[in-house]
Design a protein around this ligand. Sequence first.
Ligand code: ADE
Length: 282
Amino acid sequence: MKFEILTLFPEMIMDSLRTSILGRAMEKGIISAKAVNIRDYADNKHHSVDDYTYGGGAGMLMQAQPVYDCIHAVLTEDAEKIEEETEKSVRDILKERKQTRVIYVTPQGRVFDQAMAEEFSKAEELIFLCGHYEGIDERVLEETVTDYVSIGDYVLTGGELPALVMIDAISRLIPGVLGSEESAPGDSFQNGLLEYPQYSRPAVWHGKEVPKILLSGDHAKVDAWRLEQSIERTRERRPDLFAAWEAAEQERIEREKAEKLRLKEERRRLRELNDDRSQGTV
Ligand code: ADE
């Protein structure tokens, strides 16, 4: 997976990505990440990237030219010598590269969740466009952006932190990024439920005991207890998630019932056919 983060604050991105688990994944070559300074693409001598908004209003807007040229350069950097490719528009390049997404990080986007993290983790290249000031000229967004994504209903000063949040959530789903001891199939949201409570040594701490079942060594019972705890915790803390999980469970049970009935009916018909055959009526 290749991440490119287009920003006015590249050091904010790279300092953060280099540390911890993602830094190790970059060293191993499982993911690559590069912050690109949009200011380097400004075609004026002061390298300014913002201007006043038409129609008035407070604040400055990031201009179309540096943003467009930055995205175009990132998309064509591996094809520098192939003139045909560098002459194509961003839109035409993206039409051909279905595995490349240009994500504009904005409070006006679809709200990021685990399902989106999973979807994005299957792409080959993710380009995050981080806005600042009052936003970005609409025309360049129309020409380049494939996905508008928010990390929640609140407004931050820029897109860098949201981009980092998304890159973290996406990277940990890429095979090999988490070590086997870190990967957690019981992760919250992975099955539509929050994760169950967990305990480590000592068995008694501040007078509080670890639930006895976890010391029993009976894996089936431990699994059943964990599922029960997950369900209870989700019901209490996230009634919205619980309602969605319950509806999906109900649907699954109905589907299984219908399938059982279908198999039973098929077996009955086969039996009848066999009986008819043995009685010579067919
Ligand atoms: N930029 C500013 N606030 C944001 C948010 N909540 N999500 C994504 N990008 C943003």
